[in-house]
Design a protein around this ligand. Structure first.
Ligand code: HEC
Ligand code: HEC
Length: 552
């Protein structure tokens, strides 16, 4: 007996370390990269603040602009994509796009700090195109993919005869010194930008009117320099260094570079991905990349495997083209967009035409639009010919791109409803194609207590997830999951445990003076409401006083 105990005691720590290493949760979309140093986390947070603080006229907004801050467009989540579109215009000369910067092209600034400075689409413009806001998720990792890895996928003369001939959009970063080599573009609908810093400098001036060290002059409304001089009151460049020596464009670059990759749940193995590969989607939407090993790269960005589902190459998309030539990208060409986080994307496609309805509707519209002409035609045709079951499997796979672990109902929040679903699958088998797989985090084929323990780290909007009211060293949620603690009303709290800490606003396990302060501060608003009548008043104070003291 004692020998048996000893051996269990020796093995258990090994088992648990192994299990922990196996169930590292993926960051939710919008969270920073795992493994950032403290100073990098700080740069991420400071950058996020700049990213979400709208500019004012005094801090450089306008005179012509589209929105006041990056977050006005990149909102889902912060740094992600959005439904806001911008407009490009130019002239069509015998099928060729002609840029007309002297009339304010190609990007329209639809807003201005005064009515007189507003830009319009000039009557001379015969081409206008709409571009939806795309996302900056994990841009440090994408930036860290070596140019040579991207160009290795080029096939300009279609030597393998698959109808697909992607090519690199070679571009010069704005920050590059004279004589620097061109870089493989990867950002923007036409892969027109290679580095995050360049996009920050470009977007700051073109979307917000913030002149900066990379783009130091304002854009004149419809090219009218006289009008510009009347409207522009702040000396250029408007961006300047903060006490840490960082400009606005550097801070928002930090934020975007340290954004983590969106999750994918289940991580691998769905039947739909096999179909995705078989019908040629993966010829352009390449799943996996490894970032570079350059010495200067931060550890969190070096030699990492990521799954963005893009080749970052330009493809002739036939009638899907927008008629705008940009850099070397032609009127018909687009860069393959990343598909990670696809499940939350509405609208889809550069012009937003796959919008609304169910996810399956949007995806189907987007895929159909890959044909009937251009390099996507073959796979669009193959998709149309799939049996209904295979189509559904493919769509289910696409729906895993951006799903957070444990988010069974797919609403983006891991809460009590997801715990109820997880409980329902306790001990159940899970293959990547079953719904239960959303809770099989270590993908060992069964939903067990290893997964339930991981859920304790993931649950949101739940007071004290690690609560252990029976003191057995196991979180109550895991006890309930295992059936060793009754929870008949399904509130995630054992039926025999003391009632919750009503009034414990700061969740420190005690209802005390600091909670009273919170309540008083919220007086008259909904912020301190404890009896669900949408206001904070004397009856809420009475409830709080009733629960005074420790409620662990
Ligand atoms: C008015 C809306 C709007 C604002 C404001 C805006 N963006 Fe964008 N952003 C877009 C659109 C639209 C695109 C797609 C542009 C294209 O490729 O033509 C885009 C693309 C990007 C991309 C490339 C994304 C990709 O998937 O390749 C980056 C990076 C970016 N923006 C950064 C920023 C930053 C940083 C700011 C603030 C300084 C900002 N944006 C402000 C609308 C906006
Ligand atoms: C020839 C390369 C290529 C192939 C093959 C291809 N795609 Fe695409 N895909 C693109 C490009 C380029 C776009 C952007 C088109 C646009 O926005 O106008 C795109 C856009 C999409 C979008 C919309 C994404 C967004 O963010 O708006 C989805 C979804 C998509 N593809 C899925 C698929 C699926 C599924 C297949 C296989 C049936 C497939 N693609 C095959 C290149 C390709």
């Amino acid at each position: 007996m004692s020998i048996l105990r000893l051996s269990i005691a020796c093995v258990a720590p090994l088992l648990s370390t192994f299990a922990l290493a196996d169930v590292t949760l993926q960051p939710k979309a919008g969270a920073p990269l795992a493994g950032l140093s403290l100073s990098q986390q700080e740069a991420f947070a400071i950058g996020a603040l700049s990213y979400q603080t709208p500019l004012t006229i005094a801090t450089g907004l306008g005179p012509a602009f589209n929105k006041g801050g990056c977050m006005s467009c990149h909102a889902n989540p912060l740094g992600g994509w959005g439904a806001i579109a911008v407009t490009r215009f130019g002239m069509d000369e015998k099928g060729e796009f002609v840029d007309i910067p002297e009339l304010g092209g190609s990007l329209l600034q639809a807003e201005a700090i005064s009515q007189a400075c507003r830009e319009i689409i000039p009557p001379e413009a015969t081409v206008t195109a709409t571009r939806i806001t795309n996302s900056s998720m994990a841009f440090g990792l994408i930036e860290a993919i070596p140019d040579a890895s991207i160009s290795a996928h080029e096939d300009p003369s279609d030597s393998n005869l698959d109808g697909i001939s992607g090519r690199v959009h070679w571009v010069l970063p704005l920050e590059a010194t004279a004589g620097s080599p061109l870089r493989a573009g990867r950002f923007g609908w036409k892969a027109q930008v290679a580095t995050v810093l360049t996009f920050s400098g470009d977007a700051s001036r073109n979307e917000m009117g913030l002149t900066n060290r990379l783009v130091p002059t304002e854009t004149a409304p419809n090219g009218d320099e006289v009008l510009l001089s009347q409207c522009d009151t702040v000396a250029d460049p408007e961006d300047f260094a903060d006490i840490n020596g960082k400009h606005f464009i550097d801070r928002v670059t930090d934020f975007q570079r340290y954004l983590g990759p969106p999750p994918q749940t289940p991580k691998t193995g769905m039947a739909g991905e096999v179909i995705f590969n078989a019908i040629g989607c993966a010829s352009c939407h390449i799943a996996s990349w490894t970032t570079g090993k350059a010495k200067g790269l931060e550890t969190a960005l070096r030699n990492k495997v990521i799954r963005p589902y893009s080749d970052f190459l330009l493809h002739d998309m036939g009638t899907l083209g927008d008629g705008v030539q940009q850099g070397d990208a032609t009127e018909q060409e687009f860069r393959t967009p990343t598909l990670w986080n696809l499940r939350t994307r509405d609208p889809m496609l550069h012009n937003g035409t796959a919008a609304g309805g169910l996810f399956a509707d949007r995806v189907t519209t987007a895929i159909n639009a890959h044909g009937p002409f251009g390099e996507g035609a073959g796979s669009a045709q193959a998709f149309a010919e799939l049996a209904a079951g295979d189509k559904n499997a493919l769509i289910a796979f696409l729906d895993s791109l951006g799903r957070a672990e444990f988010d069974f109902d797919g609403d983006g929040v891991r809460d009590l409803e997801d715990f109820t679903a997880l409980r329902g699958y306790a001990g159940a088998a899970a293959t990547p194609n079953t719904h239960s797989a959303i809770g099989d985090i270590d993908q060992n084929g069964i939903v067990n207590t290893i997964d339930a323990n991981a859920f304790v780290q993931a649950i949101e909007n739940f007071e004290d997830p690690a609560r252990d009211c029976n003191g057995n060293g196991i979180a109550d949620l895991v006890d309930i999951f295992s059936g060793t603690m009754p929870d008949a009303d399904g509130d995630g709290r054992g039926d025999n445990c003391p009632s919750p800490c009503i009034g414990d606003f700061n969740l420190d396990g005690t209802v005390d003076a600091s909670d009273i302060a919170t309540l008083l501060n919220a007086w008259g608003s909904a912020g301190g409401d404890l009896n669900a009548d949408a206001t904070t008043d004397a009856s809420d104070l009475a409830i709080l006083l009733n629960g005074w003291g420790s409620c662990k």
